[in-house]
Design a protein around this ligand. Structure first.
Ligand code: NI
Ligand code: MN
Length: 228
């Protein structure tokens, strides 16, 4: 397997898999903990989980500069087209599609999805990637805990990416319960320590995960990588 993931702070992630660069929720500009500028980001694909500004982020300028294909739910994909993007692919919850990097399935997420200009952004998504090298990554994105995570886990997860920040998403305790439902091999916490309302102790959370589950927690600093 040749897949690695870089956490760029908040929910901004870069996946490199078999020569393809896949950005998820590319929030560079205005992200107080992101170590990289949007102008330096590489992307063949940009996956957007929902319409909030901290997830749509710099999708439009990065897509225009790199020619990346943008994938999101149908409503957000239409909004991107209205903003002038042409390489856009819309999907919907439960639906998968074989992209050049592998199959992407959109999953449930319990959250909101209003776009930055107030437009309707459909329903928020999680991202389940079945990469060409066999690696399976589930990015829950912004969500509360839900029991159907058990169904998502049944498809196999090498790396689960879970919010632990609380307030806007699951907090640490519910994220441990999510690990029990998903049964991933590794788990990476995100969506915390960006702003004071979502300040969390990720090391303490990792200790709890080790104590209560067989999963291996991976705590990164913004800009660090994990091999999946
Ligand atoms: Ni959000
Ligand atoms: Mn968010």
């Amino acid at each position: 397997m040749a897949t690695r993931v870089c956490w760029l702070g908040h929910a901004c992630l870069l996946v490199e898999s078999d020569g393809k660069s896949i950005l998820m929720d590319p929030y560079f500009t205005g992200n107080p903990v992101c170590p990289m500028k949007a102008d330096d980001a590489k992307a063949d694909f940009i996956l957007v989980s929902h319409g909030h500004g901290d997830h749509v982020g710099d999708t439009i300028p990065i897509a225009k500069r790199t020619g990346a294909t943008v994938v999101a739910n149908y409503e957000i994909s239409e909004w991107f087209k209205a903003q002038g993007l042409t390489k856009v692919h819309g999907q919907q919850h439960g639906g998968g599609f074989q992209h050049a990097f592998g199959r992407l399935k959109l999953t449930l997420a319990f959250h909101g999805s209003q776009l930055p200009d107030g437009s309707y952004g459909g329903n928020p998504c999680g991202l389940h990637l079945f990469l060409n090298d066999g690696t399976k990554i589930y990015n829950a994105a912004d969500t509360g805990l839900f029991g159907d995570m058990k169904l998502i886990g049944e498809e196999g997860i090498d790396l689960a990416i879970l919010p632990i920040g609380d307030n806007y998403t699951m907090g640490p305790a519910d994220a441990v319960r999510a690990v029990k439902l998903l049964q991933p091999k590794k788990v990476l916490p995100i969506h915390y320590n960006t702003w004071p309302p979502i300040a969390q102790d990720a090391e303490a959370w990792a200790k709890q995960v080790r104590k209560e589950t067989p999963a291996e927690p991976v705590v990164l600093k913004p800009g660090e990588w994990v091999n999946v």
